[in-house]
Design a protein around this ligand. Sequence first.
Ligand SMILES: Cc1cc2nc3c(=O)[nH]c(=O)nc-3n(C[C@H](O)[C@H](O)[C@H](O)COP(=O)(O)OP(=O)(O)OC[C@H]3O[C@@H](n4cnc5c(N)ncnc54)[C@H](O)[C@@H]3O)c2cc1C
Length: 635
Amino acid sequence: MQTRWDVVVVGGGHAGAEAALAAGRLGRKTLLLTRELSTVGRMSCNPAVGGLAKGQVVREIDALGGAMGLVADRTAIQFKVLNGSRGTAVRGPRCQSDKVLYAAEILRVLRASPNVTLGEGTAAGFFVKDGRLAGLTLEDGSTLSCGAAVVTTGTFLRGLVHVGDTRREAGRWNEPPARALSDALSSLGLRLGRMKTGTPPRVRAGTVDLAKMARAPGDERPVAFSFRSRDEAFPRQRQVDCWLTHTNEAVHDLIRESLPLSPLYSGRIVGRGPRYCPSIEDKVVRFADKPRHQIFVEPEGLSTDWLYLNGLSMSLPERIQESIVRMISGLERAEILRPAYAVEYDIVFPEQLDVSLETRALPGLFLAGQINGTSGYEEAAGQGLVAGTNASRAVTGDAPLRLGRHEAYIGVMLDDLVTLGLDEPYRLLTSRAEHRLLLGADTAYARLTGIALAFGLVTEREADPVLEAEARVARVSRALDAARVRPDRATKERLAGRGVSLTEETSLGGLLRRPGTDLDSIGELCAEMLDAGAARDLEELRPEERDRLVADLRYEGFLARERDAVARVARSSERAFPEGFVFAGLPGLSREAVEKLERHRPRTLGQASRLQGVTPAAVTLLLARLLAARPEAAA
Ligand SMILES: Cc1cc2nc3c(=O)[nH]c(=O)nc-3n(C[C@H](O)[C@H](O)[C@H](O)COP(=O)(O)OP(=O)(O)OC[C@H]3O[C@@H](n4cnc5c(N)ncnc54)[C@H](O)[C@@H]3O)c2cc1C
């Protein structure tokens, strides 16, 4: 293996793949170093991509030139938009993936990437020159030198797998942990923590009675994640159903009786688990009054008979797991192919990173994915893309890509991680985004294509069709607003027939702003009133673009107010503290605020304002201080 690289990415999971692809797209000579190439792109847990907030992230990754959305589209066996009947901003595209095909396709995309080389090996440490990362040492004693590195080791750092009271060192089922890297990170002065996550049992399809379960089909009209899927056969795979069953009181009684045998409850697991993806033990304890919990039975792929029992993650002993599974309707004869298990692992507390994902302790060293305390493929992939981009830019001394909270869910996540820190695995939720109205999955390209182009993450050729589609929506919107509809008798009657009442003159856009009116109900009128160009534009809009057009018209007042608010906050919150700014001793700041500010060292006033203990009054004081230091910036 060559020994000098621009960027080395450690780990071939979801963060590592996007990091390497981004660095490769930016023209850096990139090595993706991972323990085993056969595990690249592996879905450690659920066979699914997307969901609420996560689906938005997949679109953002796609807009920034990443692979996750396109690979998900090519390998999905069911598509479903969550919250499909609600406003477009909160809809979450999701798919059920064929795990085998997904991993194979990620590997194929990586292999096809011109600047990316794949190599097997286990990173064990770092070497430093002139205060910067200069390379990596491997477990076999070899070394690699590089301009920058992105470490994405997932759940592998001192990984410990638990099933009941059995535990063994592993990063995932039957995969050895990474032992040396934790010490290497600690010796750089980074503070490490311990977290835990869990996965449910897998059962054999032929031993399950689906007739006793409710069918959970996908959407009749599948919606792709990726813009690029327009140019491909879609959906590419045969589409299948999932199934729904439930736990019951008897199951809950057995879980309650068995709690002393659960390493989570007996104290053998010390790491904190994800509150938003709780184990069944947690659900039974925390929601004691609920008589049943949903279990989605999800196929792991077309060529495998493994079924994933979504909702039944636990770490009880295997024999109890078997009893629990067999007490559930439809699973009475189920054969468990792999028991549920929990894994504990080391993380690096993310407040020690810049929002570019570079560690403050060692310039040139970037971290992304589960190692930063997040959980989920999408969260990992979004971070990987940003870290790969910024590692590449660090090599050439360019300013990093920093996504704002109003620009992307990825921006919300990165800001939360580095500003707030965490004490449990972090998962993206729509409620974490104060500007979620602006961050719908349908607006990802409008928000991010310009940034992707400016940073070289997509080429003009790739961006052009995306920008043209955006422009088409805007043209149709303008044309609809320009077309006047007069309340003459014939028009009133025609519209009444479609359930639309017309009392005064308005525009086609005005009609669409009324709840209950959609493009179908005024379709004939549009065909007659729009000029040929606008009519053609309208016809070419995809269903999702039509929905967005209407939503934009209907909510334009809210959206304008939201954009104003963003601009107002941005004007002051983007003000940066000068290098080495001393918070201690500033008159008027409470001791708690000073302690938080010194510990987290926010880069900007906005980041400072989100720290717990930093009150609005403290923010005003800090702003005054910044303005006093640079009065010319007050404008
Ligand atoms: C048991 C389990 C349960 C989970 N449950 C959930 C859940 O309920 N909900 C959810 O959202 N997410 C869950 N996840 C998390 C999800 O799998 C991860 O969030 C996601 O895969 C993280 O991506 P990543 O790229 O950070 O790490 P991973 O996908 O774990 O990839 C890490 C990669 O690094 C490689 N590697 C590790 N150490 C080294 C080294 N020293 N040198 C070279 N290569 C190395 C590994 O071989 C692997 O390829 C679970 C994961 C596990 C294991």
